[in-house]
Design a protein around this ligand. Structure first.
Ligand code: ATP
Ligand code: MG
Length: 224
């Protein structure tokens, strides 16, 4: 599903160039449940954004389902991001003037499919336990509820790949477990590939793929 080959990425800070990823390679098979772990600042979000074609590596190659992102025309990349990948960011990226249902429908507003997708959006919100919060705006929802809206939005696309950056970062552990139960159900039932950044090793299971970043590369990791 995802092949990362000798990818390097550095950021400029003032005059200095700070290397973050240093020839990092990894492979996430189709249908895997994968975690990116490592110390703060080690490049976990950077790797996730590279996998989602939201960032471009300085060198090295990334392939999604056999297709090289480097060679991909911008429009095809856009299409991939919009239709095939479900992103869940730590800052939920909800629009404050829209209610829960409309926030879930946001990706489909530009394509004119929102009205047609509405019943499905409502079903998904029920699935994530927000059936009685459909017309609430983000300011009327708790952090965990907002995160669940963001997840429902990612799921409405029926993506092949879900990329989640600390989806439970600000949630209590009961809600955190619910979120992971939902992601795992999706992986089991639809074969969705899931890659999640987390600091919380309690969510990692023996059979999961663990990508541990240290000093800019993946190091061998005993699960959990
Ligand atoms: N746009 C940017 N410009 C400059 N430096 C950046 C940028 N994005 C990330 N960095 C730096 O790159 C390094 C890796 O950042 P990244 O966000 O990938 O870390 P992380 O492992 O996700 O950390 P955390 O666990 O704290 O979220 C950090 O030192 C960060 O300051
Ligand atoms: Mg991060």
């Amino acid at each position: 599903m995802i092949d990362v080959e000798r990818v390097s990425k550095s950021y400029r800070r003032g005059a200095a160039q700070i290397p973050v990823l240093r020839g990092l390679s990894c492979h996430v098979p189709q249908g895997a449940f994968a975690f990116i772990v490592g110390p703060s600042g080690s490049g976990k979000s950077t790797l996730l954004y590279l996998m989602g074609a939201l960032e471009v590596p300085d060198s090295g190659a990334i392939r999604l389902a056999g297709e090289s992102l480097g060679d991909m025309p911008p429009q095809r990349k856009d299409d991939l991001r919009r239709r095939r990948i479900g992103f869940v960011f730590q800052s939920f990226n909800l629009l404050s003037n829209l209610d829960a249902v409309d926030n879930v429908l946001v990706p489909f507003l530009p394509t004119g499919e929102a009205a047609q997708r509405r019943p499905e959006a409502v079903d998904l919100l029920r699935d994530v336990g927000l059936g009685d919060r459909l017309d609430h705006r983000p300011s009327q929802l708790s952090g965990g509820e907002q995160q669940r809206v963001a997840i429902a939005r990612a799921l409405l696309k029926q993506p092949d790949l879900i990329l989640a950056d600390e989806p439970t970062g600000e949630l209590d552990s009961a809600t955190g477990h619910e979120i992971f139960a939902l992601l795992r159900r999706l992986q089991a039932e639809r074969g969705t590939t899931v890659v999640t950044v987390t600091h919380d090793h309690r969510y990692i299971r023996q059979e999961d793929l663990v990508l541990r970043i240290q000093d800019g590369v993946i190091v061998p990791s005993e699960a959990s």
